[in-house]
Structures are given as C-alpha cells and as structure tokens.
Design a protein around this ligand. Structure first.
Ligand code: CO8
Length: 258
C-alpha cells in the first residue's frame, strides 16, 4: 500500500494515514487503501484499533480539494457515498477504535476522527469543518456525527462558520477525551488501548454493541439490547475465568476471546 501503514502488536492494530506531503488528505486512492485495510483487520486477534496520521503536522487535513475541484454532481455523490461507506464500516468494527489526532483534523479528517469511538489529541491539533468556505457541505458524516458528539448549538456554530477550534476547546466541548503533548500522544493512546485490551474482549465488544445499537433506540428497547449483550457473556470462557480469578483472589491468566 502507498498511503496506509498497518501494524499489529499485542492485539492492538494501528492504522496510519501516510500521505504527509499533502497533510494526509483523503483522495480516492487513500480511501481505497483505508477500505482494504479495514477489511484486512483480523477480527479475532485485534482487540483495539488506533488510527493516526503520518508526519508532524496533520492527522488528516480533509478530503483532497484538488481531486474534488472538478467533480460533477454525480461524481460528488459517488465520492461522498464511497467515503461514508468506509467511515461507517470503521465505526461498526466490533472492537473499540481510538483516533490519535496528531495535528490538523479538518473536514474529512474530523469526520474520520468522529467515526472512531474515542479521540485523544496533541496540543497542536486543530479541528474544524471548513467545507462551507469551499462551497460544499461536509460529506463524510460531519453534520450528523458532530451534532451527536457535541450537541446542536456548538456543532451548528462550527458547521455554519467553518471556524476551526484548537485542542483545548475540543476538550472543553467533549470532541476529544484528552489532550497531551505531541510526544505523549501515542504512549497515552497505547496505554489506553492496552488497558482496554486487557479486559475480556467479548465483554468489551458487547459493551460497544449495546451502546451502538441502544443509542438511538427508546430506553425500553435499549435496555433489552443491553440485557442480551449481558446474557451472551455467560456462555463465554472469559466470563468463567474473570469471575473465578476474582473469587480465588488471583490475577486473570489472560483472556482468550472465547
Ligand atoms: N486537499 C488537498 N491538498 C491538501 C489539503 C487538502 N484538504 N490540505 C493540505 N493540502 C496540501 C497543500 O495543498 C500543500 O500541498 P503543496 O505543498 O503541494 O502545495 C500541502 O498539503 C501542505 O499544506 P499547506 O502548505 O497549505 O500547509 P499549511 O501549514 O500552510 O496549512 C492547512 C495547513 C491550514 C491545513 C491548509 O493546508 C488547509 O487549509 N488545508 C485545507 C483544509 C480543508 O479545507 N479541509 C477540508 C476539505 S473539504 C472536506 O474534507 C470535505 C469532506 C467530505 C467530502 C465529501 C465529498 C462529496
């Protein structure tokens, strides 16, 4: 692959968007490779996925403006659907995903970060949906996910004004869970990923499923979804081991994802 790097270690997969000369802007080729990378993820062995950007300046500075500049309406629709399908696939991965935002996260970059479960950023990160200044709307889910993450008032201000915000404000409005120095970003995110990966993988996935499926359901239905996710854990070896370890006052010998 030319524009995506993927590495896997200790059940943690790291996707790096690797087009630093264009601040990791998403053209069709980058999106195709991202799609292929997501398809390649070993669903049994990968317990957390991290996504970040290569280079010093950017997570992803958006969809590629040059590539979009001559698009017709039909091509725009096709490009929007292509990106949306990939971001949705990322969002629906069964294991938790974390965006390590190491710089600009603009337009499609912010939309990519928002398609992950959790976001951490470095102090130099800048977030925004500048599309209206380019004569378009966000096209990879920005109008929908930003509202759900930070509420309608702040989302509308960002989306209508196209104004960027810095890391401290992103933290303030809940767009990211934490801000670190540039150097500390990956160690911090890795530590969180390791902590998540030390828990029973099926239980963690069932939590994700309960949240994802329950979030937009009415509360009665949502509680039923949680009940099923809870009950399903009782047919796993990891539940037997997790509870036995507690009762026997010893450490878990290592969850098996079974
Ligand atoms: N697309 C293409 N190239 C880009 C992009 C981009 N989004 N962002 C940066 N680059 C390129 C620059 O053109 C430049 O290339 P070159 O060296 O060949 O001239 C290189 O990256 C470095 O960029 P700068 O020199 O501009 O770096 P600065 O540090 O001066 O500025 C900024 C950094 C502020 C991030 C600036 O590059 C910028 O404003 N970039 C554009 C940000 C933006 O508007 N992003 C939103 C794009 S629209 C979008 O994402 C819509 C998503 C949904 C699409 C759905 C379609 C249907």
């Amino acid at each position: 692959m030319d524009f995506i790097k993927y590495q896997m270690e200790n059940h943690i997969g790291i996707i790096t968007i690797n087009r630093p000369e264009a601040l990791n802007a998403l053209n069709t080729q980058v999106l195709i490779e991202l799609d292929e990378t997501i398809d390649m993820i070993d669903l049994n062995e990968t317990w957390v996925v991290i996504i970040t950007g290569a280079g010093e300046k950017a997570f992803v500075a958006g969809a590629d403006i040059g590539a979009m500049s001559n698009m017709s309406k039909v091509e725009g629709r096709r490009f929007g659907k292509f990106g949306n399908d990939i971001f949705r696939k990322l969002e629906m991965l069964p294991m938790p995903t974390i965006a390590a935002v190491n710089g600009f996260a603009l337009g499609g970059g912010n939309e990519l970060a928002m398609s992950c479960d959790i976001r951490y950023c470095s102090e130099n990160a800048v977030f925004g949906q500048p599309e209206v200044g380019l004569g378009i709307t966000p096209g990879f889910g920005g109008t929908q996910r930003l509202v759900r993450l930070v509420g309608t008032g702040m989302a509308k201000e960002m989306l209508y004004s196209g104004r960027n915000i810095k890391a401290d404000q992103a933290l303030h409005i809940g767009l990211v869970n934490g801000v670190t120095t540039k150097e500390e970003l990956m160690p911090t995110v890795m530590k969180l990923a390791e902590r998540i990966a030390s828990n029973a993988p099926i239980a963690v996935r069932n939590v994700k499923r309960a949240i994802t499926n329950g979030f937009l359901a009415d509360l009665d239905h949502a509680i039923m979804i949680e009940q099923k996710c809870f009950a399903d854990c009782f047919e796993t070896e990891d539940q037997v081991e997790g509870m036995a370890a507690f009762l026997e006052k010893r450490k878990v010998t290592g969850f098996k994802n079974r």
